[in-house]
Design a protein around this ligand. Structure first.
Ligand code: ADQ
Length: 745
C-alpha cells in the first residue's frame, strides 16, 4: 500500500516539476517579447524627440528644453525623458522624474561614448524602469544623449499572472489526477482484492460454507476469482470428507486427541451451545512497544488447552484486561476478536482498579489462597480488606458474565482457578440453567489445613455452586470432599463423588491437565539451543530447570541438591552446567521479591564456591522464554530437574518429556507434584532432601541410553494418550453432562 502511494506521489511530483519547468520557459519567452515591444516603442519616442531637438536646440540648460521634455511625460508608460550634454552633465529633464531619481548618467555616457543606442532595465525606488539612451548630434558630432525612461512594472505583473495561472492549473490537474488514480485503484484493485482476500481467509478458516463458491469479482481479477471459487469448492468437499472421517475416528479409542478432534467433539456433541471461559489471566495481552501496539501470549498450558475449545465454538472468554494497550484495541463493549491474525472467538476484557488488583489478585489470591493451598511453610496472610475486594471482583465478573449470557440458552461456563472461587454460586443463583464447571489448577489441602482460613465456608459454598469441581488428582478431590463435609451442611456421596448442598449437587472430578505432545513433535525443532549458545554453556552435560520464580517450585532446595552433588561427585565439576530459567513472577507480592533475591544470592554463592575461569556451575536466566526457545533447550538437556515443594500438576515436567523425540534424557521429579502420578518413570524424589536430589542427578547422568529410552518412551505414551485436548474434552463432557459414551469422547 505504502509503495502504491509512493508511486502516485512520485508521478505527481514529476508532473509538477515538468509544469514548473514549462512555466519558467513560457515566462521567459513572454518577458523577452514584452521587452522587445517596450524597446521598440522607446526607440520610436526617442526618434520623434530627437527630430524636434537636434535642429532647434543646442544642448545646454534651457527652460524651453525642459518644457519640451514634459510634453508626453507621465502618459501611458512613459515616466519621462532626460538630456545629458557630451560631458555627461544633466541638461534637461521631464518634471515627472524626481530629481533624486535622476541617475541615468552612466547609461547616457555609454551611448555618447559608443555613439550608439544603449538599453537597460533597472530598479529605482522599488519601480522597475526600462531605460533607453540615444546619442544627440549636431553637424555629425555627438552633442549629448537623450534618455527615455519607461515604467516596466507591468512586466512583473505579467510574470506573476503567468505563474499564478499555471500553478492553479497545475494544482487542479494534479488533484484531478490523484483523485482519478485513487478511485481507479479502489474500484479496480483494492476492492476486488479485499473481497478476494476476505474470501480466501474465510475459505482457509472454514467460516464460509456453500457461499464461498459464489465469489463475485469482475474486471482484471475475474479469472483469478473463478479459479478461487473452484478451489474453494474442492476445499469445502475435502473439509466435509475430513470432518466425516474425524467423526468416524471418534469411535476408535486408540487415536490420540488433537485440536481438530476436540473441535469435532464439541461440534458433534454440543451442537452450537455457547461456551464461556472465565480466567484471571487473558489469553492475549496487548502492549505498546516503540509506539506500536503488539500482542503476546502468556506462557501457560491453560491457553493451549482452552483456545481450541474457544475456536471450535466461537466462544467468549472473559478475563482481566491487564496489558497497557488492552483498552486501545477493544470495541465499545470491551471486546476484541482473537486470535488477532485469524479471529475465531471473542475476548471480553474486565477492567480492574489498582485497589481491586491489590486486594483480589495480590492480596487474597496470592498471599492467602496460594500459600494456603500449597502448604510450603509460607504463612497465608488473611486480610479482611483483601477478602472484601476478592468478593467484589468475583461479583464484578459475575455481573458482566450474566449480562453476556442474558439471551443464551443453557450456556456452558468454564471457570478457571482459585481467583474465582465465589463465581460459580453467583452465576448459578441467577441462572440455574447454566452448566458451570470450576477447575482448580492448584492443590487442595487437607481439611485441617484449610480450617485456618477465616472465610473457608464462603469459599467452599461458592465453589459448590458449580456442577463440576475439577482438580488435577484424586488426592485433591478427596481433600475437597473432606473439607466440604467438615465445613458446610451437605450430603457427601463417596460412590458418586458428589456433594449436595442447598438442594444442588456438585460432582468432584480428577481431571489431570497435560500438554500437547502431537504439537511439540510436529514442530521443526532446532538441533542446537540458542539459549545455551548465548549463555556460553560448553560442558559435556547440561541439566535444566524451568519455573516461574515462585517459592513453591523448590528452586532453593534444588540449588542445595546441586551443591551437594558437586561436593560429593567432584569429578562432575566442569562437566555439568545447571541452567535455571526463572523469570520474575508476581513481583507485586513482597514474598516473591524476597524469594528472587534469595535465589540470586544462592546462585552467586555456589558459583563462587565451585566456579572456575572456564566454568560457571549455575546459569540463571531470568527472562521468559518462548516455546520455540524452550523446546531445543529441553531437547539438549541431559536432565530436567522439576522439584516443587508442592504443585497442582506441573506442566514443565510433561513438556520436557514431550520434547524428547529422540527418547533420551532423564526427568527428576518431585513426589509432591500432580505430575508424579502420571509420570511414574521419572526419578521420583523428595525435594526437601539434598541427598536424594544429588543422588538422582548422579543416577540420571550415569543412566544407560537403553534405560533412558525405556523410561521416556513410557512417559511419552502416557502423555500421548492423555494430552491437553483430552483434558479439555473430559472437562466439557463432565460439565455438559454428556455421559461417558465413548462416541462422545
Ligand atoms: P504454574 O504454577 O504456572 O501453573 P506450570 O504448570 O509448571 O506451573 O507452568 C505453566 C507454563 O508456564 C508451562 O507451559 C511452562 O512452559 C511455562 N513456563 C514456566 N516457566 C517458564 C519460563 N521460565 N519461561 C517460559 N515459560 C515458562 C499452575 C499450577 C500448576 C499447573 C498449571 C496448569 O501451579 O501446578 O500444572 O497451573 O494447570
Amino acid at each position: 500500500m505504502k509503495r502504491i502511494f509512493g508511486l502516485i506521489l512520485g508521478v505527481a511530483v514529476a508532473v509538477s516539476l515538468f509544469a514548473f519547468a514549462f512555466t519558467y520557459w513560457q515566462n521567459y519567452q513572454e518577458q523577452n517579447l514584452l521587452l522587445d515591444d517596450l524597446s521598440r516603442h522607446s526607440a520610436l519616442l526617442a526618434e520623434s524627440f530627437k527630430e524636434a531637438i537636434e535642429p532647434n536646440y543646442s544642448i545646454k540648460k534651457n527652460p524651453a528644453l525642459d518644457k519640451l521634455l514634459d510634453k508626453d511625460a507621465g502618459k501611458e508608460r512613459l515616466t519621462g525623458l532626460v538630456i545629458y550634454d557630451v560631458t555627461g552633465a544633466l541638461v534637461a529633464s521631464s518634471s515627472t522624474i524626481s530629481k533624486g531619481a535622476i541617475n541615468f548618467a552612466a547609461v547616457a555616457e555609454a551611448a555618447i561614448k559608443g555613439d550608439t543606442t544603449v538599453r537597460q532595465v533597472s530598479s529605482v525606488d522599488g519601480d522597475k524602469l526600462f531605460v533607453l539612451a540615444d546619442p544627440l548630434h549636431s553637424d555629425g558630432a555627438v552633442t549629448g544623449a537623450l534618455v527615455v525612461v519607461q515604467n516596466a512594472n507591468y512586466l512583473d505583473a505579467v510574470a506573476g499572472e503567468v505563474w499564478t495561472t499555471n500553478l492553479v492549473r497545475l494544482f487542479v490537474q494534479v488533484l484531478v489526477f490523484l483523485i482519478a488514480i485513487i478511485l481507479l485503484l479502489r474500484w479496480l484493485i483494492f476492492q476486488p482484492m479485499k473481497h478476494i482476500l476476505e474470501s480466501i481467509r474465510q475459505i482457509r478458516t472454514g467460516t464460509i460454507s456453500d457461499e464461498l463458491t459464489k465469489l463475485k469479482v469482475y474486471g482484471f481479477f475475474h479469472p483469478i476469482a473463478v479459479e478461487i471459487a473452484k478451489m474453494s469448492e474442492s476445499l469445502l468437499n475435502a473439509r466435509q470428507a475430513a470432518s466425516e472421517e474425524a467423526r468416524l475416528r471418534l469411535e476408535k479409542l486408540d487415536t490420540p486427541w488433537t485440536a481438530e478432534r476436540l473441535k469435532e467433539f464439541i461440534k458433534h456433541n454440543l451442537k452450537g451451545r455457547p461456551i464461556i471461559v472465565v480466567s484471571n489471566r487473558e489469553p492475549y495481552s496487548h502492549s505498546k512497544v516503540d509506539g506500536e501496539i503488539t500482542y503476546s501470549v502468556p506462557s501457560s498450558g491453560l491457553v493451549t488447552a482452552l483456545e481450541p475449545i474457544m475456536e471450535a465454538c466461537g466462544g467468549l472468554w472473559v478475563a482481566h484486561g491487564s496489558g497497557d494497550a488492552d483498552k486501545e484495541v477493544v470495541d465499545s463493549n470491551d471486546k476484541v476478536a482473537l486470535p488477532p491474525d485469524e479471529p475465531k472467538y471473542t475476548l471480553k476484557r474486565i477492567w480492574l482498579s489498582e485497589k481491586e488488583v491489590k486486594g483480589h489478585y495480590v492480596g487474597f489470591s496470592n498471599e492467602a489462597l496460594w500459600p494456603l493451598c500449597h502448604m510450603v511453610h509460607t504463612r497465608p496472610v488473611f486480610r479482611k480488606n483483601d477478602w472484601l475486594e476478592y468478593r467484589k471482583v468475583n461479583g464484578k465478573f459475575a455481573q458482566s458474565l450474566l449480562a453476556e449470557i442474558k439471551d443464551m440458552e443453557q450456556p456452558i461456563i468454564l471457570v478457571q482457578d482459585y481467583h474465582f472461587a465465589l463465581l460459580p454460586a453467583m452465576i448459578k443463583k441467577s441462572r440455574p440453567d447454566a452448566e458451570v464447571g470450576i477447575f482448580w489448577h492448584i492443590p487442595w489441602p487437607g481439611a485441617e489445613a484449610f480450617n485456618i482460613c477465616p472465610w473457608r465456608k464462603a469459599i467452599v459454598e461458592g465453589m459448590l455452586g458449580a456442577d463440576v469441581v475439577g482438580f488435577h488428582t484424586q488426592q485433591y478431590c478427596n481433600n475437597f470432599l473432606d473439607t466440604a463435609r467438615k465445613e458446610i451442611e451437605s450430603i457427601v456421596d463417596i460412590e458418586q463423588f458428589s456433594v449436595t448442598h442447598d438442594g444442588h449437587t456438585s460432582y468432584i472430578k480428577p481431571l489431570p491437565i497435560s500438554v500437547a505432545l502431537t504439537n511439540v513433535a510436529a514442530k521443526k525443532t532446532q538441533q542446537k539451543s540458542l539459549v545455551l549458545q548465548e549463555a556460553g554453556v560448553k560442558t559435556k552435560y547440561v541439566a535444566v530447570g524451568v519455573d516461574r520464580m515462585d517459592y513453591t517450585k523448590g528452586i532453593l532446595e534444588r540449588l542445595r541438591g546441586l551443591e551437594f552433588f558437586f561436593e560429593t561427585h567432584p569429578s562432575y565439576q566442569e562437566e555439568l552446567t545447571f541452567v535455571q530459567v526463572a523469570p520474575l513472577s508476581r513481583q507485586s507480592v513482597e514474598k516473591y521479591r524476597q524469594f528472587a533475591e534469595e535465589v540470586r544470592t544462592e546462585v552467586e554463592r555456589i558459583n563462587e564456591k565451585f566456579g572456575t575461569s572456564a566454568w560457571t556451575p549455575i546459569v540463571l536466566i531470568d527472562r521468559n522464554l518462548t516455546h520455540e526457545e524452550l523446546d531445543p533447550l529441553y531437547q539438549v538437556a541431559d536432565v530436567c530437574l522439576v522439584t516443587p515443594l508442592n504443585d497442582g500438576m506441573n506442566l514443565v515436567a510433561k513438556e520436557y518429556v514431550a520434547a524428547q523425540d529422540d527418547e533420551s534424557g532423564v526427568l527428576v521429579l518431585s513426589k509432591f507434584t500432580g505430575a508424579a502420578r502420571d509420570l511414574k518413570d521419572a526419578l521420583i524424589i523428595n525435594p526437601y532432601s539434598a541427598e536424594e536430589t544429588s543422588e538422582a542427578i548422579y543416577q540420571a547422568l550415569t543412566m544407560s541410553q537403553l534405560e533412558q529410552r525405556r523410561r521416556i518412551k513410557k512417559m511419552r505414551e502416557s502423555i500421548k494418550n492423555k494430552n491437553i485436548y483430552r483434558w479439555a474434552a473430559e472437562l466439557i463432557r463432565a460439565v455438559a453432562n454428556l455421559g461417558s459414551n465413548e462416541i462422545s469422547l
